[in-house]
Write a protein of this length. Structure first.
Lengths: 119, 107
């Protein structure tokens, strides 16, 4: 059974970098049948896909235009997890962040992490 | 970007009644690349339907999806107490992936 476990700080200061990790059990980050995504949810923006990483001959990444200049999603094959880094955060980045297993749609979600951007 | 518009915003119903939720896309989705999720307070969304009409593993058959092109429907045939939640549609036809704003099904 696949399980996703998120970790990372719940409070980030403005202009700093938001960093979260999603540990995968029961599947592989290098899977050739699934990708691994980050999605966030806030009252003002609803559910917002941020980006996905997947392995297809090489590591590939797709990012949402709204965050493309600030986001990095990286897989870590040694730890079987993937991470999110979002730079230069503002209070508008305050949201619940989810990791998810992606095959176009999202078959499984992490538990969610509320990240507040505040000084 | 494909915009998904869900209606109604809120549906007030009683257990045992049926529910019909709508999701309209701003452009045609090829291959019916649309999914539905259920979200309860404090929980992550849960996949219900993919490919417009395929039920995800473990989803009761009172949940069904239909539609093609730009118009899609999630039907709950007989509401159980645990079905009162917010429902979202999501398209995976194009990037960026997008979600509807949600329909709340309340008692």
């Amino acid at each position: 059974q696949v399980h996703l476990q998120q970790s990372g700080p719940g409070l980030v200061k403005p202009s700093q970098t938001l960093s979260l990790t999603c540990a995968i059990s029961g599947d592989s980050v290098s899977s050739n049948s699934a990708g691994w995504a980050w999605i966030r949810q806030s009252p003002s923006r609803g559910l917002e896909w941020l980006g996905t990483t997947y392995y297809k001959s090489e590591w590939r990444r797709n990012y949402a235009p709204s965050v493309r200049s600030r986001i990095t999603i990286n897989p870590d094959t040694s730890k079987n997890h993937f991470s999110l880094q979002l730079n230069s955060v503002t209070p508008e980045d305050t949201a619940v962040y989810y990791c998810a297993r992606a095959i176009g749609y999202y078959t499984l979600w992490g538990q969610g992490t509320l990240v507040t951007v505040s000084s | 970007e494909i915009v998904l518009t869900q209606s109604p915003g809120t549906l007030s119903l009683s257990p045992g009644e049926g529910a019909t939720l709508s999701c309209r896309a701003s452009q045609i989705l090829s291959s019916s690349n649309l999914a539905w999720y259920q979200q309860k307070p404090g929980q992550a969304p849960r996949l219900l339907i993919y490919g417009a009409s395929g039920r995800a593993t473990g989803i009761p058959d009172r949940f069904s999806g239909s539609g093609s092109g730009t118009d899609f429907t999630l039907t709950i045939s007989r509401l159980e107490p645990e079905d009162f939640a917010v429902y979202y549609c999501q398209q995976y036809d194009n990037s960026p992936r997008t979600f509807g704003q949600g329909t709340k099904v309340e008692i």
